[in-house]
Design a protein around this ligand. Sequence first.
Ligand SMILES: [Zn+2]
Ligand SMILES: [Zn+2]
Length: 133
Amino acid sequence: MNKASGSCYCGIIKFNMWDFAPDYGTCHCTQCRKWTGSFYSALTIARDHYKIDGFEHIIWHDQTAQAERGFCGICGSSIFWRFKNHKIGQMDFAVGMLDDISQLSQSKHIYCAFKRDNYELPNNDAPKYDERG
Ligand SMILES: [Zn+2]
Ligand SMILES: [Zn+2]
């Protein structure tokens, strides 16, 4: 089964995840651009399939009525996205924080209509949607 680990830039937040689907999506929307400075590639992990050390250092930022984003309060790494309804329990982890992504595959690109012109979408089979997809 799949396993992965990762950390923020300064290392005070560390995480492990296991038994997850290896597909991750990349979002090119304006909110993700403002939050990351580029785009947000994230792996969604279900409740009880991840463990986060240093959780108390995460600062949560209200994004929408339904969602919030979490970043490291020490180094500022933009890492997490989750539903405000914590009963759902799943967490999105920025793929750039992972130690190894060789088991993962990029499954789709969303909100491509909002992408800036300073980078290109990869020329591969992953579907590219103008909006949510
Ligand atoms: Zn940090
Ligand atoms: Zn987005």
